[in-house]
Design a protein around this ligand. Sequence first.
Ligand SMILES: [Zn+2]
Ligand SMILES: [Zn+2]
Ligand SMILES: [Zn+2]
Ligand SMILES: [Zn+2]
Length: 467
Amino acid sequence: MSDNELLKNINPVDAIIEPGQLLLEEKPLLIITEWNNQQMKCFNCLKTSFVMCTKCRIVPLCLFCTTHDQFECDFLRKALDEGISKDMLVKNYGTFPLLKLLLLMENPTKKQYCEKFLKQSVQLSDYQMDDLRKDYEESVIQPFLSTGFLNKLTSIGEKIEDDLYKLCILIDRNSIPVFASDDSILKCIYQNIGDIESSCIPNGAITVDDAFNLRIFATVKIFPGSKVSVSNANPLMDTHERQLFYHSKRLFCTCERCRDPTELNTYINAIKCTSCEEGYMTFALGDTLWKCELCGANSSISDIAALKSNIEDEINGATGDMVTLESLLQKYSKILHTNHFLLIRIKHNILMILNEILFHKKAEELKERKIQLHEEILPLVRLLSPGISKLYAFELHDYLSSFIQLDRNYIHKDIVPDKKNAYKILNIMEEVCKNLAYELPNTQEGVLLQQLLSLKKTVEAQVNSSK
Ligand SMILES: [Zn+2]
Ligand SMILES: [Zn+2]
Ligand SMILES: [Zn+2]
Ligand SMILES: [Zn+2]
């Protein structure tokens, strides 16, 4: 875990970087649970746990781990002998991530690995204006203080509660969610990820393999002087929603898209103005109101939030019901811009149903509807996720299934490609593969890439033999 050599050349970039080039590579510093996790997890490997460590008796272990870090275990055992309750973690489960980090900070042979990440500046004044501090106080900091374990630590200064809150913020800012082998969500803290900027139109992408090794690679050509950025938010949300998301993750984004009321001319946020009935209400970072770009009429943030939340409820209520979803699409196309993210959400829900039906039976009409919806969504995804993009690859892959039978297990002995579309099919496949080319082999995306490359060969052979 030495200082990352790659990182030195990217902040800012000192030479032209080509798409696909590796920018940062590192092992996780810590693997932790989410704050609200209630499931007992092994302190060593984070698998579901049913037993406690027989030595320190404080932390859970799984059936496969007989021990955890020697220092951690000795430290906890000593605390137990000095009167700390053996239930200190089990009864205050929200403290798991904090305890794990504090033990690392105490560990004389490992604490140097977290020095860099702990040195990041945190202005508590940036994090005071909401209820989130209260949440941390109630679910993490006060439960932790109640255990008395703080007295055993040397790494916390005088301003105890502020220091603990800063650690919570650093955990959030420097971690990314990952999927464990049992599909539960964990978080990994990386030493260097806090150095990378956030942008909703990023020039880098993150990939994490099944051992939680992180790689960041360039998605577009990057020129000297620019900084590398990654996106943590779903690009198919509007600025207001993305900002709420960043806020909850203790991140800040002031990118070009967040500052642009038209969201890069996509109008993915835009709601028809009810005053002039011609303009659209839009919102950019820093605005205190939604404003019509044409007549200047405005609406409060809370009114627009309520409108969107009602539409969302209606969409959620129509899950699996294609007729209702189609009528919601018609109804809200009159109120929202055609590119609005809620209309995209309805379209994605309709596509899910269409995929299910078309998987079982042939239905030309439904297939045409599927193609039409994909062709409406794809250009927008391309615009908001430029360069090498996993999101674009998945959208395209789904589009591909309109022209070729994609078996769920990719057992594709008898594919009969739609002959008149053979070249189109091969082009789409090529494009999907290009967008997945830098994913690690031991990831879901990497597996898909391998399957698709082999399927492509089969289709090419079939096309050639039928010439
Ligand atoms: Zn384990
Ligand atoms: Zn132990
Ligand atoms: Zn942004
Ligand atoms: Zn207007």
